[in-house]
Design a binder for this molecule. Structure first.
Ligand SMILES: NC(=O)c1ccc[n+]([C@@H]2O[C@H](COP(=O)([O-])OP(=O)(O)OC[C@H]3O[C@@H](n4cnc5c(N)ncnc54)[C@H](OP(=O)(O)O)[C@@H]3O)[C@@H](O)[C@H]2O)c1
Length: 311
């Protein structure tokens, strides 16, 4: 085989521009994932999931499935390396993020000693809504754990450890705060009594089923094992018909579940958590909506990001 059939790849540090590695005789059909593996041999501390490789320091990192000969580089490529920091697999990430709130809430529900004053240790609330709220909260997080293990097909293998720590602090501390108030011995049940609780429960259950239906729908989009984002569409399941109006109905249902939980418990910290979740999910949904509109020329113009006809 002649030399011209091989590529040379120079890898520079993105900040110092110092040369970290020079790979010659790289097969033209090598993927970025394979180049990361070669780089890893020289730097064992930077395993592939920690590496970001870019052709331009200011542009997006290259995907692992991109092929060297399809990049605009000729036969000698210069790539810029950035260390993404320690990583954890997605399943571990979500287990850490979701098991925390699940267990934290139960500490307050069972009123473990030192949670409230000692005379309330292991007592239970006289209000049925407190037990119902605990059941809803537990089901919500059990559902998320089940989806993480069996339903979601993530495109990225890992998440940076510092992001996980930030997310865990957010989810764990918020659930402790909500649980503290809802299970407090001085908690007062909703103003409109059983009627308010029952209506909220119906909306909560519908939103949870809707959220699960959308996650199943997204799972089917990756049925062929691909990692790219496809055109999401409604199916025969009526819960997916929200796709006619929004790009991220899973977020719409998630917000609906938290709003109904706020109404059911009539608890201010829950309402605050719902508002923060709504803001965060709206930012993500708008980003995804823009990406769909850019990628698919025939993307329906009636679709909004998260709230039909509004946002
Ligand atoms: N309460 C809160 O504050 C809060 C905040 C965020 C999320 N959540 C909950 O967590 C759930 C998951 O959140 P998320 O941000 O990961 O949702 P997401 O971005 O919609 O992703 C859900 C799954 O579907 C895949 N997916 C999404 N769009 C796809 C497409 N067009 N084609 C193929 N696969 C696609 C994703 O893969 P990749 O993303 O790996 O490509 C991921 O595996 C949400 O639906 C919500 O219920 C709650």
């Amino acid at each position: 085989m002649s030399r011209a059939t091989f590529f040379e790849v120079e890898i520079l540090d993105v900040t110092s521009r110092e040369q970290l590695c020079f790979l010659d005789k790289v097969e033209p059909c090598s993927t970025i994932g394979e180049i990361k593996n070669l780089f890893h041999k020289s730097y064992p501390q930077w395993y592939p999931a920690r590496q970001a490789l870019k052709l331009d320091p200011k542009r997006k990192q290259l995907r692992d499935d991109e092929v060297l000969q399809n990049l605009p580089v000729g036969t000698s490529a210069t790539m810029y390396f950035r260390d993404l920091g320690p990583q954890l697999g997605w399943t571990m990430v979500f287990l850490a993020e979701y098991i925390g709130p699940l267990l934290t809430y139960l500490l307050f529900y069972f009123r473990l000693p030192y949670v409230y004053s000692p005379s309330y240790a292991f007592t239970s609330s006289p209000h049925p809504v407190v037990t119902l709220a605990c059941a809803c909260h537990t089901c919500h997080y059990v559902k998320r754990l089940i989806e993480t293990i069996f339903v979601h097909r993530f495109s990225h293998g890992t998440m940076p450890l510092r992001t996980i720590v930030r997310n865990c602090v957010y989810y764990w501390s918020f659930s402790a705060w909500l649980a503290y108030y809802i299970n407090h011995p001085l908690y007062t049940p909703p103003s409109y009594g059983e009627r308010q609780v029952n209506y909220a429960l119906v909306i909560f259950v519908l939103c949870e089923i809707g959220n699960f239906s959308i996650h199943l729908n997204l799972n089917h989009l990756r049925g062929d094992g691909s990692r790219c984002r496809k055109f999401p569409c409604p199916t025969k399941n009526p819960f997916t018909w929200l796709f006619f109006f929004v790009s991220c109905p899973n977020y719409t249902y998630e917000v609906g579940a938290w709003v109904s939980f706020s109404i059911m418990t009539q608890c201010l910290p829950v309402a605050l958590y719902s508002v923060l979740g709504f803001i965060q999910m709206t930012i993500w949904a708008k980003g995804k909506h823009r990406a769909y509109s850019r990628k698919f020329k025939d993307y329906p113009s009636i679709r909004m990001a998260i709230i039909p006809l509004i946002v």
